[in-house]
Design a binder for this molecule. Structure first.
Ligand SMILES: *[C@@H]1O[C@H](CO)[C@@H](O)[C@H](O)[C@H]1NC(C)=O
Ligand SMILES: *[C@@H]1O[C@H](CO)[C@@H](O)[C@H](O)[C@H]1NC(C)=O
Length: 417
């Protein structure tokens, strides 16, 4: 589980030291200070629990957690094939939309609370596997233990079905707008700070791009984006090509690949312009090189022609993302080896595991996409604060004491150097 695991040992080792270095005693409080903003957290892809109810005879079950239950991945349970079938989206050629497979209903637990984003698998089993189920737990615990926040009152979560891209989330954005308004009113008309991770930053920006300036001015304090892939990530191209086993070797990559590349969000997050230019090679094979302009041919050659239609649906969201029109704190890790090229030899193409090359980034997202928010600084209007954190990986930014300190400063309206 590349996204989720590697960080945990490091976080556990590093946090007592970092915490000791901060002058928190003067700042800490057991309730919010005057004017301190309530926070709504918008998680990244894979950063919230999903539940499924299955009436299909092959995999029938009552409501249960499908994202994620580490038990499903243990070979002796025989659950992984049902898991993959349950999670898969199917593209409907007549509606032009993707849907959950027949006989499956989904729901996202914990709307408005932080319950389903603190741990995506709260089980003991996940803990024993290296705490792989922990997601925003550290962030939420820090904010509640040390900075005056209270779950469900001034610290909320806005989870969504991360299999879909923003173009399919109209209902979610309506709900999010209502949640912001309720939170604002319940907290004495204090403007809300949106804090997002990874794809959550794109969801938040897409949302804010569709609100009026008046509404944003009166309701939103600002937007913090942690490790947002503004123009996609090369690791997503690798996923379409080879599947991603998240580093859990017991999982069969080919089972995983088919359901992963059925997600609309897996098209929305492909590397794209302007960060990758029209002549940048995304996937290299002996016969031909595929650039950001050649995805449709690539899907044909990978034997996955439906990919073209899903891409056409998700793609308009690429060019529609602009400055959110509120103060933007675009913070990211850097200095961690990150996949930046996918190369196939003739015997690897198309079903083998390609070779990858690495460059700078947060271990998941390439640096040039993480700091692509710099281009917003040229747009007139609000602040754009772009900041790199050395050696901090994609997930660890959520566990970083330096980030925490700045986040609280933003929520309190205090300037830090
Ligand atoms: C596909 O979409 C059409 C048009 O919206 C709808 O009538 C049909 O039921 C859908 N098929 C499936 C399998 O969902
Ligand atoms: C693919 O691009 C590389 C450079 O990035 C080049 O050396 C190679 O010849 C190209 N291959 C094909 C088949 O065009």
């Amino acid at each position: 589980m590349k996204l989720l695991s590697a960080s945990l040992v490091l976080a556990a080792l590093a946090s007592p030291l970092l915490a000791a270095a901060l002058p928190k005693e003067q700042l800490r409080d057991d309730q919010l200070q005057d004017g301190q903003s309530p926070i709504i957290i918008i998680p990244g892809k894979g950063g919230s629990q999903l539940e499924v109810k299955v009436s299909h005879p092959d995999c029938a079950s009552d409501w249960s957690r499908v994202w994620i239950n580490i038990y499903d991945f243990l070979p002796f349970t025989g659950h992984v094939e049902c898991w993959a079938q349950n999670m898969e989206l199917q593209y409907n050629t007549s509606s032009g939309e993707s849907h959950t497979a027949p006989g499956r209903q989904f729901r996202i637990p914990g709307w408005g609370t932080t319950e389903s984003i603190e741990y995506i698998d709260p089980s003991w089993m996940a803990y024993l596997f290296g705490d792989v189920g922990s997601y925003a737990a550290y962030l939420v615990q820090e904010l509640t233990n040390n900075w005056g926040y209270e779950r469900g009152v001034n610290l909320l979560g806005a989870p969504y079905d991360f299999r879909y891209s923003p173009v399919s989330h109209e209902e979610y954005f309506d709900d999010l707008k209502r949640l912001v308004e309720q939170t604002y009113l319940r907290n004495g008309r204090r403007r809300v700070l949106l804090v997002s991770h990874s794809m959550g930053g794109l969801m938040a920006t897409f949302f804010l791009n569709h609100q009026t300036d008046d509404w944003k001015r009166s309701h939103i304090k600002g937007l913090v984006t942690l490790n947002t892939p503004w123009d996609g990530a090369m690791v997503v191209a690798q996923l379409h090509a080879a599947g991603d086993d998240w580093g859990i070797e017991i999982v069969d990559r080919n089972i995983i690949r088919d359901q992963q590349r059925s997600y609309e969000s897996a098209y929305f997050l492909l590397p794209h312009e302007p960060t990758w230019q029209s002549d940048d090679v995304i996937v290299r094979t002996p016969q031909r090189n595929f650039t950001v302009r050649d995805y449709e041919e690539m899907f044909d050659m990978l034997g996955h022609p439906e990919g073209k239609s899903v891409l056409r649906r998700a793609r308009p969201a690429w060019s529609n993302i602009h400055h959110p029109g509120v103060d933007l704190y675009c913070w990211h890790g850097q200095g961690v080896d990150t996949v930046d090229a996918v190369h196939y030899s003739s015997d690897q193409w198309p079903n083998g595991i390609p070779d990858t090359h690495t460059g700078d980034g947060d271990g998941t997202v390439n640096l040039k996409s993480l700091n692509a928010c710099s281009r917003f600084a040229e747009e007139p209007g609000s602040l754009t604060d772009v900041r790199g954190f050395d050696g901090v990986n994609h997930l660890d930014l959520l566990h970083d004491a330096g980030v925490m300190e700045r986040l609280v400063a933003v929520a309190r309206g205090v300037d830090l150097p």
